[in-house]
Design a protein around this ligand. Structure first.
Ligand code: HEM
Length: 99
């Protein structure tokens, strides 16, 4: 199993709108080959930081989706006026060892 973690930090007052956008997400990724599940979380002491964990059968499945138009389609519901702190944006690639 492969785990991709997208971490970003909202630099303005749109964090509540981002939470709502995730709760109302389009679920298009659910049809992507090799997609397993995803979790979106905020650190308990920082509601402006987002950790988006997506689990995949393997790294190739993630890369295929991440390079495809489906990745862009998945972000059509991005809240207007969203500003990110570029220094806090990270994409981590991890091999799951045990669950
Ligand atoms: C750093 C910039 C990013 C921001 C601000 C961001 C924000 C968002 C938001 C607001 C949504 C909900 C979109 C909607 O409702 O249409 C979303 C969906 C999603 N994002 Fe991102 N995202 C970012 C990067 C990434 C990256 C790097 C990945 C891959 C690891 C990713 C994977 C996803 C997935 C899987 C969904 C769900 C799509 C669905 O339900 O079909 N995002 N993202």
């Amino acid at each position: 199993m492969f785990l991709a973690i997208s971490r970003f930090s909202v630099a303005n007052e749109t964090d509540a709108a981002v939470r709502e956008a995730f709760r109302a997400r389009p679920h298009k990724v659910d049809e992507a080959p090799g997609f397993v599940r995803m979790t979106v979380a905020n650190p308990t002491d920082d509601p402006k930081e987002f950790w988006l964990l997506t689990y995949w059968r393997d790294e190739a499945s993630f890369e295929a989706w991440h390079r495809s138009h489906a990745f862009h389609d998945a972000h059509h519901g991005m809240p207007r006026g969203l500003k990110l702190d570029p220094a806090a944006t990270r994409l981590l690639r991890l091999a799951v060892i045990a669950e």
